[in-house]
Design a protein around this ligand. Structure first.
Ligand SMILES: Nc1nc2c(ncn2[C@@H]2O[C@H](COP(=O)(O)OP(=O)(O)OP(=O)(O)O)[C@@H](O)[C@H]2O)c(=O)[nH]1
Ligand SMILES: [Mg+2]
Length: 679
């Protein structure tokens, strides 16, 4: 455990995470040439979709050796739609490296990534990459993080020059420069800056430990040894977030960063306390190689080119091929098959995987993403990571009717790969609805259905599950009478129809006296009502909040039948709806919209054009939370609109609130649309 470092690269799209991972793999001789994102030949982004877009869409896993230390590196996609991958990666590592584009200002992707991960009790560091780019500015990049988030980065590597003059870095802990891959003296013109930065770092490190603080006050400084030891503890405690400068594609300071990872960042042994759930109880246990097996699958997927694989982090004990294990989330036994060491798309069999390490399990039967794997006979599991809630919905339908049966099982397999997506069959609208975080993410599902399962499908905005009800009451009757040779049909019913308060559903009252309708036909009337309640009358949507009292009628000894009374019932209720002021109800959701102050006016205006109601506002850090109610019909496409209004910085969460009357002019459109479909 001491000789492992587990690192996740996170941050905005285009910051250079994949490029950095590729350069590290090459520098450590894990690969024989440097993969380039722009050439589509990286080992980390290997799916057809990633190569096509030139960006990561799923997290990639690799490992290499650096200075007798095994480094496991997880490269995550920065695009917001795939933020579930960053959460997944964070469950498997001790260290989060936020990769920042030095030339891009404060990017939305970085902001989202920090918000998503800042509360995780993990060591964090900032890598200011792309220092060679025009406009690169190390100090500004760090200033913007300080200004916009609660993270306070402390420089550990200062850049030497910038843009095309970026040649290396000064490691202020070592007091040495790294220029063109070699150790060198600190450039004379940087001496003061290095000294100043060293004092800042020393102070931050000292503040994280009482003993160090005392020494620091007595001696006025820390020794090199105290500083390099102290920094690791401070990083573990989260009191220091070290910042490093580099250029991935120019291979400047990448080796120095690798040294820093090994020397300053914590190993699994340094962070050996693990929060688990045993029974219903949350506990913290100290993990070790000798303990019972506790492992967690942070991602599983199947790629047509590389087959099925489940990426696993072992926290305690050892996994070896052939081991019988238990999967608590599935309440099922499982068995470990082949174990792989993984370098992106390349894999090799290994015999076992020990506590602290990360690898791949091939063709494991039961366990999937976010499942724990534990010693058979034990019941501990890993707490399920909190995932972002759905903000985007699409109804999915196979283009060919013959694929409709296949689509469900294929979708379920794809959903196992991305736990932020869910699918539900809406029985009311008869649609399969996929929900997730964004258009790119759902679009990827559509692409994969085609490339893997040969299913062409269409996506569209889902239908709204409207409801019908009435506002007035009616007292109506209907006589169904048919004489067409042979046996006729006869049944007559009298209904009193009234609305019921919202949410109270349907009530049937039988107050027929004196057998004007024989009691054997009453169930047929109730059944007839239940059938039409499902189908609706004005728009093909279910009827709710309605009371129907049958109080009188007539029958015929020979011609009356259950069918005849059902037909009379349907017609009678239709008649009642004509007089009882039918209305449509629609689901209304409560949305929490989180935006930077400057967008408040625009977002509020937009909410009202969406028939939304503002309930209130609260301040959260430097953001505003707008609480609003919005009809579902407007919420389906709200996220794309919010993103474009706020330059990608707006977010929201939602939950169902209640059903509410649809305004007449909107209802008229919905009803006309439904009638068109009927025809
Ligand atoms: N000039 C320069 N370009 C870089 C550097 N690092 C990456 N790039 C370029 O930036 C672009 C994006 O790099 P990626 O490595 O794909 O970025 P990423 O962070 O993995 O992006 P996502 O996968 O979308 O999250 C590519 O065109 C790279 O060649 C760098 O240090 N300097
Ligand atoms: Mg990438």
């Amino acid at each position: 455990m001491k000789n492992i470092r587990n690192i996740a690269l996170v941050g905005s799209s285009g910051a250079g995470k994949t490029s950095l991972a590729e350069q590290m793999l090459f520098n450590s001789k894990a690969t024989t040439r440097v993969g380039k994102v722009d050439d589509g030949n990286t080992v980390m982004d290997f799916s057809a979709e990633e190569i096509e877009k030139g960006m990561s869409m799923t997290l990639g896993v690799a490992n290499f050796n650096w200075k007798n230390t095994k480094v496991n590196i997880l490269d995550t996609p920065g695009y917001v739609d795939f933020s579930g991958e960053q959460i997944a990666a964070a469950t498997a590592v001790e260290n989060l490296l936020f990769v920042v584009n030095a030339a891009a200002g404060f990017e939305v992707g970085l902001e989202q990534s920090i918000e998503l991960l800042e509360d995780k009790k993990l060591a964090k560091a900032i890598i200011v990459n792309r220092m060679d780019n025009e406009g690169a500015d190390f100090n500004k990049a760090l200033e913007l993080i300080k200004e916009n988030t609660s993270m306070v980065p402390v420089p550990v590597f200062l850049p030497i020059g910038s843009e095309h003059k970026f040649t290396g870095v000064v490691d202020i802990i070592k007091g040495k420069a790294f220029i063109d891959g070699k150790v060198a003296d600190i450039p004379a013109d940087m001496a003061d800056l290095v000294e100043e930065s060293r004092m800042v770092l020393m102070e931050s490190v000292a503040e994280s430990d009482d003993d160090l603080l005392e020494k620091y006050f007595e001696a006025g400084e820390l020794t090199d040894e105290e500083l390099s030891k102290g920094i690791k503890s401070a990083i573990i405690a989260g009191t220091v977030i070290p910042a490093f400068a580099c250029s991935a594609t120019q291979n400047i300071a990448v080796d120095a960063i690798l040294n820093a990872i090994v020397e300053y960042l914590p190993s699994p042994a340094d962070m050996n306390e693990l929060a688990i759930i045993e029974g219903d109880e949350e506990k913290t246990v100290v993990v070790s190689e000798d303990g019972n097996l506790i492992a967690f699958i942070f991602k599983s997927f199947s790629d047509p080119n590389v087959g099925d694989i489940a990426y696993v982090r072992v926290f305690s004990g050892t996994i070896h091929s052939g081991l019988d294990v238990f999967v608590p989330e599935k309440d099922s036994k499982d068995r470990i098959g082949n174990i792989n060491t993984v370098i992106g798309k390349n894999r090799k069999d290994i015999s076992d995987l020990k506590a602290g390490d990360i690898g791949g399990l091939v063709k494991i039967k039961v366990a999937r993403g976010f499942d724990s794997i534990v010693k058979a006979g034990t019941e501990v599991k890993f707490p399920k990571p909190e995932l972002p809630s759905s903000v985007y919905w699409q109804a999915i339908k196979a283009e060919n009717q013959s694929d409709e049966d296949k689509i469900g099982s294929s979708l379920n397999k794809l959903l196992e790969e991305d736990p932020t997506i869910s699918i539900s069959m809406n029985a009311e609208t008869n649609e399969n609805v996929i929900s997730g975080i964004g258009e790119q993410q759902i679009g990827l599902i559509k692409k994969k259905l085609k490339s893997r399962y040969k299913i062409e499908c269409n996506l569209k905005t889902p239908s709204v599950p409207y409801r019908e009800t009435i506002r007035g009451s009616a007292d109506v009757s209907y006589k169904h009478k048919k004489q067409s040779g042979g046996k006729g049909q006869y049944g007559e019913v009298y209904f009193r129809v009234k609305p019921k308060p919202r949410g109270e559903g349907f009530e049937f009252i039988n107050s027929v006296v004196g057998g004007t309708i024989p009691s054997k036909f009453i169930p047929a009337i109730e059944k007839g009502l239940n059938e039409i309640l499902v189908e609706g009358i004005i728009s093909g949507n279910p009827i709710v909040d309605l009371s129907v009292e049958v109080y009188y009628g007539s029958y015929h000894d020979v011609d009356s039948s259950e069918m005849a009374f059902k037909i009379a019932t349907w017609q009678c209720l239709k008649k009642a709806f004509e007089v009882a002021k039918p209305i449509l109800l629609e689901p209304v959701y409560e949305a929490k919209i989180i935006i930077p102050d400057e967008y408040m006016g625009d977002v509020m205006g937009d909410v009202s054009t969406r028939r939304g109601k503002i309930l209130g506002m609260e301040q959260k850090g430097n953001k505003q939370i707008l609480n609003a109610q919005m009809p579902l019909a407007e919420l389906f496409n709200y996220y794309p609109a919010l993103k474009s209004l706020t330059q990608g910085r707006g977010k929201f969460t939602q939950k169902f609130s209640h059903y509410e009357k649809v305004p007449d002019e909107v209802a008229a459109k919905v009803i006309a649309e439904a009638n068109k479909k009927d025809e």
